[in-house]
Design a protein. Sequence first.
Length: 489
Amino acid sequence: MTGGIAQESHSFNPIVTRRERFTIVEGPTAVELNRGANSTFGGVIDAAFEEGIDLIVPALFRAESGGPVQHCVFEEVSEIMVNAAKCGNFDAIVLPLHGGMLTERLADPEGVLVERLRAIVGRDVPITAAFDLHAHVKESTLEPLDFLSGYLTNPHEDQSATAKRAFRAAAGMLDGTFKPVLAATFLPMLTLGNDTTLSGPLMDIHAYARDAVTQGRVCDVSIFNCQQFLDVENMGQTVLAYGNGELDEPRKVADEVMQMIWNHREDLIAKYPDLDNELIKVRESERPIIVGDQGDRVAAGGPGDSTYILNHLLANKIDVETYLPIYDPDAVETCSRAGTGTTISLSFGAKYSKVSPSVTADGTVIKIGENAPVLYDGPSDGGTNTYIEKYAVFEMGKIKVLLTNQPYAYIDPDYFRAVGLDPIRAKIIVTRSGYHFQLNFAKVGHVVTADTPGMTSYNVDQFAWRRARPFYPLDKIEFRPRRYERLRR
Ligand SMILES: [Zn+2]
């Protein structure tokens, strides 16, 4: 059985993530549509096909990042999954979740969901899961789970492979070849900026962890660099090392890896390139420049309505072919009422993001539409099917503002194609992602994440933290990691 609910939450984003933001799939159609997709769900499906195993999908709810999830949506999914678990017509449960979700009431909804499933199926049915590298993994998450693996890449390109490890762990438990024992190490610290696995400290740390697996010291290692905007207790870095019935080496590896993270703590903090310097390059560049708006990344739970880059373009009179998305349901409504081809004065943006004022400008509504299908080219999440709900394209000079009634991260060029904006024709494209768009837009042009202010900038002392502190780098902490071990089965 597989399914559940996956989203990444931002504690300080006041927009509650409601049911309409979720893409909901279930049953055999979900399996057919997601076969071969580079998502954790796609990985579960492909592993099942490879092993000739049938899958039951009671429901899978997936949404882009945002504010905490409306609690009743979580309860709805939980009830569907628990009822399906009561049927008992399966051998194992493999869950493709995020691990960094919050609901209005819960700090560890993934742990609660697994705990409820465990209460139904008992100890003999394996329950495993695949999480995002930015998950917040704590003791309560690990206690009911037999095995958990996380992505090994940031930007993420191994979603499917991660889920296949979780699937095979469950299969190994069933055929008696795998007895997972876990050593986990936790540390209250954040990585801020220099946390790609393509270079720098995390590339080396992952290489060390990979060697521990290939040398047979441990079966699996996951390094979770917690999402930076989760105000929950015990927030921080988590390292998991699994052995097969033997705990000594996993304990050493988990501690060694965490010690490496701590030793590199200053290197793991970095500033992004300056927006001015990047936009100047537009004049000489033949190819489009695709700018990740670091301060308002929907991919990290930001609201998606920052006008900072737009105001910067207007103030500096940079009037080149630009595609710039802004979440503003009221502006979409106004454009829809005005109709395509009309010229209007429109005020939009910055209802939630407060770093730059709303824009009021004359422009032409060049397109309106709804339910525009999006199919990710990838590689990140390649093959994912989603859609843009209601939208309007508002043209001011050469700048085309893509107004939407839901926030999106625009990690794939197909979001722009979906509304008739050909990425190849742009000089500047703005996305609301910091890492993943870089993989998917690399073939379109020069990709860069620019240092901009906002709710998802790494200036984390802007928030009124209540539960997560003390943590590094906001507080002076000693290196005193927490440890957890799981020996059952
Ligand atoms: Zn992530």
